[in-house]
Write a protein that binds this ligand. Structure first.
Ligand code: 13P
Length: 240
């Protein structure tokens, strides 16, 4: 059985003091499930320091597809590895939609993460327009296919995040999530974990995690509130 993973995506939030308090609370409160925090790049050193020797793992939110060179403002996989990142998000919908990341670029980032020894968390999902047009499977298959064309996904992680459910308070129903997860699972090896993300909160996490093909969550807003994130992590523990 695949081990569950809950990752908190802090997005562009935090400060040194707020981070310290949140990390302290997560380290003290999360038990029995693998838990990662995707911190903004300038705070990775703080995360590395605080999480050393704890079961909570450090993750980044993005990386360059390039290894080094004249790419002002970019951060390489090797740099993230130096700060102890175990995971890195690639292809988050905010990167795809606000920063114009293409499927090909996301696939190159996936490869760059693997080359740096960091496990990519490949984010994919459809917009509301695409869902309403009945194109969900076509869109996620295309996003996944761009990566599978280049590399085996193996023990990397995939996160299904319907764009219409991110930060909107509108969560996919457990059945909607399960249907897409089952579709993705047919294209993945048995080792690949598929997380659900999009307005996960303590009120809905247990139902989502009860679905057979949901292997954990990628949590945005609720990951910034320690008690909510800890509650979600505890619901992801496998019982029995
Ligand atoms: P919310 O949980 O705030 O909807 O964000 C989801 C997300 O984008 C996680 O990567």
């Amino acid at each position: 059985m695949r081990a569950r993973l809950v990752a908190g995506n802090w997005k562009m939030n935090g400060s040194r003091s707020a981070n310290q308090a949140l990390l302290d609370a997560i380290v003290a409160g999360v038990k029995g499930v693998e838990c990662a925090v995707c911190m903004p790049a300038p705070y990775l050193a703080q995360g590395q320091e605080r999480l050393r020797g704890t079961p909570v793992v450090l993750a980044a939110q993005n990386l360059s597809e390039h290894a080094s060179g004249a790419y002002t403002g970019e951060v390489s996989g090797a740099m993230l590895a130096e700060f102890g990142c175990r995971y890195v998000l690639v292809g988050h919908s905010e990167r795809r939609h606000m920063f114009g990341e293409t499927d090909a670029q996301v696939a190159a980032k996936f490869v760059a993460a693997c080359a740096a020894g960091i496990t990519p968390i490949l984010c994919l999902g459809e917009t509301l327009e695409e869902r309403d047009a009945g194109r969900t499977e076509e869109v996620v298959a295309r996003q996944l296919g761009a990566v599978l064309d280049k590399v085996r996904i193996g023990d990397a992680v995939v996160a299904y995040e319907p764009v219409w459910a991110i930060g909107t308070g509108r969560t996919a129903t457990p059945e909607q999530a399960q249907a897409v997860h089952a579709f993705l699972r047919q294209r993945l090896s048995a080792a690949t974990r598929v997380l659900y993300g999009g307005s996960v909160k303590p009120e809905n996490a247990a139902a989502i995690f009860s679905m057979p093909d949901v292997d954990g969550g990628l949590i945005g807003g609720a990951s910034l509130i320690a008690k909510n994130f800890i509650a979600i992590c505890s619901m992801a523990q496998r019982k029995g």
